[in-house]
Design a protein around this ligand. Structure first.
Ligand code: ACO
Length: 432
């Protein structure tokens, strides 16, 4: 980051002039540093939802929403999707550069050997109802890691920060699989450290003790690609939540649990589950127009799930990759989910020609097609956001590490525009 020679001059109605420095990143729009505004002018800025506000400096991910560009540490996501693996991308996001062969080998080995959960943590699953939502279980069990690893987690110790990152990445699939097995009433399958990250996940999800389970390499590859695409997305809602919770110096496992809770919402990662539910509700192509009309109706709260994005205003590059992959996966894994995909394609085609969606720059986002692939892989609808969380856990961890090691870091504490009652006197209960 550099300070540009340019500055904005803000003159208040009473004539107080403040010079607001302009900061320049390595690419992307400049930002105006408003840090001195309150001190000099006595006013705050107002930007609910952070539509025009940068909350931090970050080296991790760059998005150009107008051009549909997404880069992790400078590498376009299309190149990583074509040539890399999720574990390699995880190393890149956490450490800043692509690993050398020996570094990748050590990192892969470390993740492989942190997959088991403390048995006490496993017993938590016995306390959940059989039909508990897996996102609720994921958030609760990850939160409980702060109880297991509190004394050994000094946020100021770089080695502890590394171990935290390894544990999150390695253990999330194990927690997710345990939640799934609880939901379907099957015995929990322990991790196997001889398998790759995604093979191990599929094994823990779908193997049963009674018979051998053969891992489908096509499914493992598809999962790996989806995790790459979900790995990071700069200051999105869940990542900002992790940064904010962590900014107080809180135990980072609790900060990740907060991020999982934020991701669950249907306006964020919960959209992939909502898309499948919506497609199920639409049922067939004859009903599409009715749902498009509902989405356009200001008096109807219905939104076309998997459409629209705060940042992307031309297209979501991840959706493009996933759309192409869906064709391939359905062709190779069998076509029983093809009608659902055909319905999604038909819905996309109609929406993209509709004036309302064109005018508001509403395009399919990453979640529009991801649910269909996950479904084809046998992952049930209720587990879709959990899959997203596994991929995104790398981004959360990378951002937490960046935030906590920033020497200029401060606790996140936004201001507000107060609109409640002004001062009034207490009224005794009998007189109200
Ligand atoms: N269907 C119908 N109308 C929509 C949709 C949609 N999916 N998305 C936005 N709009 C309309 C809004 O009604 C609004 O119209 P108005 O200007 O007339 O009031 C306008 O487009 C702008 O929408 P906002 O909600 O202000 O945009 P914002 O940037 O705050 O929200 C969001 C982005 C949450 C993604 C929104 O587009 C949405 O709800 N989409 C559906 C849910 C979804 O797919 N979420 C996943 C996002 S990707 C991710 O998190 C991984």
């Amino acid at each position: 980051m550099t300070k540009s020679q340019d500055a904005y001059r803000l003159i208040s109605p009473s004539g107080i002039e403040t010079e607001l420095p302009v900061l320049r990143g390595s690419t992307g729009p400049d930002v105006i540093d408003i840090g001195r505004l309150y001190q000099e002018q006595g006013v705050f800025t107002y930007d609910p939802g952070f539509v025009a506000t940068g909350s931090c400096t970050s080296d991790i991910t760059f998005i150009d929403g107008e051009k549909g560009v997404l880069m992790y540490r400078g590498y376009p996501v299309e190149q990583l999707a074509a040539h890399s693996s999720f574990i390699e991308v995880a190393y890149l996001l956490l450490h800043g550069n692509l690993p050398k062969a020996s570094e990748l080998e050590t990192f892969t080995e470390t993740i492989r050997t942190h997959t088991m959960l403390n048995e006490g943590m496993m017993r938590f699953f016995g306390g959940f109802r059989y039909d508990a939502h897996p996102m609720a279980m994921l958030s609760a069990v990850v939160g409980s890691m702060s109880a297991y690893y509190h004394d050994t987690m000094d946020v100021n110790d770089p080695m502890h920060r590394d171990i935290f990152a390894h544990r999150i990445l390695a253990k999330l699939p194990t927690i997710a699989a345990a939640a799934y097995k609880l939901n379907i009433g099957q015995p929990f399958i322990y991790p196997r450290n001889d398998l790759t990250y995604c093979e191990n996940l599929l094994h823990m999800f779908f193997a049963v003790p009674a018979e051998p389970y053969e891992i489908d390499p096509i499914a493992a590859d598809a999962l790996d690609l989806l995790f790459i695409l979900h790995a990071d997305h700069e200051q999105n809602c869940s990542t900002s939540t992790v940064r904010m919770a962590g900014s107080s110096g809180a135990n980072p496992y609790s900060a990740i649990a907060a991020g999982i809770a934020a991701l669950w919402g249907p306006a964020h990662g919960g959209a992939n589950e909502a898309v499948l539910n919506m497609l199920g509700e639409i049922g067939n192509a004859a009903n599409i127009q009715k749902y498009i009309d509902k989405a356009k109706d200001k008096n109807d709260p219905f939104r076309l799930m998997g459409f629209g994005h705060r940042v992307y205003k031309s297209f979501d590059p991840r959706a493009k990759i996933i759309r192409k992959m869906t064709h391939k996966v359905l062709a190779r894994l069998g076509r029983k989910d093809t009608p659902l995909f055909d319905l999604a394609l038909a819905l996309e085609e109609i929406a993209l020609k509709d004036e309302y969606f064109i005018e508001k720059n509403l395009y399919p986002n990453v979640d529009f097609y991801s649910g269909i692939i996950y479904k084809a892989l046998g992952i049930p609808t209720s587990m879709l956001t959990v899959m997203f969380a596994i991929g995104r856990s790398v981004g959360w961890t990378a951002h937490w590490r960046e935030m906590i090691s920033d020497p200029d870091g401060r606790i996140s504490r936004p201001r507000q525009l107060y609109s409640g009652p002004t001062e009034r006197g207490f009224v005794a209960i009998g007189e109200r």
